[in-house]
Design a binder for this molecule. Structure first.
Ligand SMILES: [Zn+2]
Length: 249
């Protein structure tokens, strides 16, 4: 009898906990974002990601979007509509996880204009170069860690020389800011790289295209370990490109 009572009591407790959880429900992907950027001290309330100064960025604007609109006008929810898939050799059709960026969120974290982003840039050593990268969210420290690991492997050096990082600009042929504008992106040597538009000239964003890559996966894995996604995992591949997006890793 006592056992039955305890069972019922614990069942009632479980029900009331799950009701409370529903009432304060944080979408799983909002929680991923909050956990990925601890320095930002983000919270979630009423369909918004909230910064400590009270700035609110809408989580889900409720709009249905086609593939191109998701890139051009992404809210936070749209960013998570694709999955960063490390298990495949070639990205699936239109899987460009990370190419969707909610501009309001990135401008709030890294700077609203070139001058604001520049205030947060520090230079890091990279095979004889001094490359500017943001210190926000510890990105420069993470890139230093990538460098420390990669420099132990001299056979990889030819892929890594003549890198580039910060420049405030639109994405080639599109009306959206490149991740390089925020000081979070990093391009390794262009001479061993493949970019979807170079080998698929004249193709649109929704056409079928051929994949190509010459970057060793050993390099990719080091970047990913430190929170950087790789443009070679995009259907619209950009194999020299890495950017700090720990929310997908
Ligand atoms: Zn790039």
């Amino acid at each position: 009898m006592k056992k039955a009572f305890l069972l019922i009591a614990s069942w009632l407790m479980m029900v009331s906990v799950s009701d409370a959880q529903i009432a304060a429900r944080v979408p799983a992907n909002a929680q991923k974002l909050i956990d990925a950027y601890p320095d930002m001290q983000l919270t979630y309330s009423d369909n918004a990601i909230v910064f400590p100064d009270g700035t609110r960025i809408v989580y889900d604007d409720g709009k249905e979007k086609d593939f191109v609109t998701k890139l051009d006008n992404s809210d936070i929810e749209d960013m998570f509509s694709m999955t960063y898939d490390t298990s495949v050799d070639e990205p699936a059709y239109l899987n460009d996880c990370g190419r969707s960026r909610c501009e309001a969120l990135f401008k709030k974290m890294y700077g609203n204009c070139a001058a604001e982003v520049q205030k947060n840039l520090v230079k890091i050593e990279w095979f004889g170069q001094q490359l500017p990268i943001t210190k926000v969210n510890g990105v420069s420290e993470k890139l230093k860690a990538v460098y420390e690991e990669l420099k132990q492997k001299p056979e990889l050096k030819k892929y890594l020389l003549q890198a580039s990082s910060f420049y405030w600009r639109q994405v080639r042929g599109a009306n959206r800011l490149s991740a390089h504008s925020y000081g979070i992106a990093f391009d390794i040597n262009v001479s061993n790289s493949n970019y979807w538009l170079w080998s698929n000239k004249g193709k649109s964003e929704t056409d079928q295209i051929k994949y190509a890559n010459r970057i060793p996966m050993e390099i990719v894995k080091v970047f990913e370990k430190h929170g950087f996604i790789w443009g070679g995992r995009w259907y619209h591949y950009d194999t020299m490109h890495f950017e700090y997006r720990p929310e997908f890793l």
